[in-house]
Design a protein around this ligand. Structure first.
Ligand SMILES: [Zn+2]
Length: 151
C-alpha cells in the first residue's frame, strides 16, 4: 500500500533539494565531499555564533551600561541558545567522527559509473520511496510530536 507523500511546503522544498543534491553530486566521491563540506560549514557557523554569544554575555556581566541596540537579544535568550547550541555542536562533532570513517572508503571508477547511472534515474522521480522515507525523519508529524523532548 503506497503512502501518499505529504505536499506541504516544507516537504516540497525537501523533495526539490534532495533531488538537486543527487543531480549535482551524482557520485560517491562528490557525495562524500558535499556532506563533509556541509557538516563543516554547519559546525563553523554554530561555533562562531556560540563564541559570539558567549562574548556578548560576559561583556554584559562586566559592564552595566549597555546601549539599547545591544539589548535586542535578551540575556535569557542568549543563555537558552547557548545551551541548545552546545548540544548541537556536540552532535555535529559526533557526526564528523562518523563522516571521517565514510571518507576512508574508496570506490572504483566502475562503481562510480553505477552511482552516476542510478543518480540519473533517481533524481527526476518526484515520488522516490527512499527520499520519502528520509523525509519522514525531517518532517514533524503527529507520530513524531516534538523532537526537542527526545534526549
Ligand atoms: Zn509535509
Amino acid at each position: 500500500m503506497a503512502e501518499e507523500p505529504c505536499q506541504c511546503s516544507d516537504c516540497q522544498r525537501f523533495y526539490k533539494e534532495h533531488d538537486r543534491l543527487i543531480r549535482e553530486f551524482p557520485t560517491f566521491k562528490r557525495q562524500q565531499e558535499l556532506n563533509w563540506a556541509s557538516i563543516q560549514s554547519f559546525r563553523t557557523l554554530c561555533s562562531k555564533v556560540t563564541h559570539d554569544l558567549q562574548r556578548k554575555l560576559s561583556e554584559r556581566e562586566s559592564d552595566e551600561c549597555i546601549n539599547q541596540e545591544e539589548k535586542h537579544i535578551s540575556d535569557s535568550e542568549i543563555t537558552e541558545a547557548l545551551g541548545e547550541l552546545e548540544s548541537v555542536n556536540a552532535y555535529l562533532y559526533s557526526i564528523e567522527a562518523l563522516m571521517e570513517r565514510i571518507f576512508d572508503t574508496k570506490i572504483s571508477n566502475n562503481v562510480e559509473s553505477k552511482f552516476k547511472e542510478i543518480a540519473d534515474e533517481l533524481a527526476p522521480d518526484p515520488l522516490n520511496i527512499d527520499r520519502l522515507m528520509l523525509n519522514r525523519l525531517f518532517h514533524q508529524t503527529p507520530d513524531f510530536p516534538d523532537k526537542k523532548n527526545i534526549n
